[in-house]
Design a protein around this ligand. Sequence first.
Ligand code: RB5
Length: 151
Amino acid sequence: MKIGLAADHGGFDLKNQIAQWLQEAGFGITDLGAHAYEAQDDYPDLVHPLAEAVATGEVDRGIAVCGSGVGAAIVANKTKGVRAALITETYSARQGVEHDDMNLLCLGGRVIGPELARELVFAFAKAQYSGEERHDRRLQKLQQIENANNG
Ligand code: RB5
């Protein structure tokens, strides 16, 4: 599985740490930046390309980190086909994939510690969508809403 990563200055250090963890665990990664710490960078500029990479299938899933994770989630969900959420505990990191086919995990680099972040990343990366009829039905309803909103 290939996982795309993106972060602004608020998530820069954690994003680099996540890249290392994932690589050590054998996951393929695509780091979409920031590639250097830039105190004035803006999360939409970093997270939108990641959302596009998830939507086009260039990467299988994405992890976006900003200071709180809120901005990352807001911008990621603007892209059709992306199902992003700000996650702070392991149940949702796993269940969000199993039930909702969450394909982009958002984390707050300023609000969670490294050990919790590591658990969230691996709970997300290792989880699989259930494929159950009730979950498919809900995803189809989401798709209908998305299509109605995006023409
Ligand atoms: C950047 O200072 C900060 O506002 C941003 O990373 C994020 O927390 C937005 O949601």
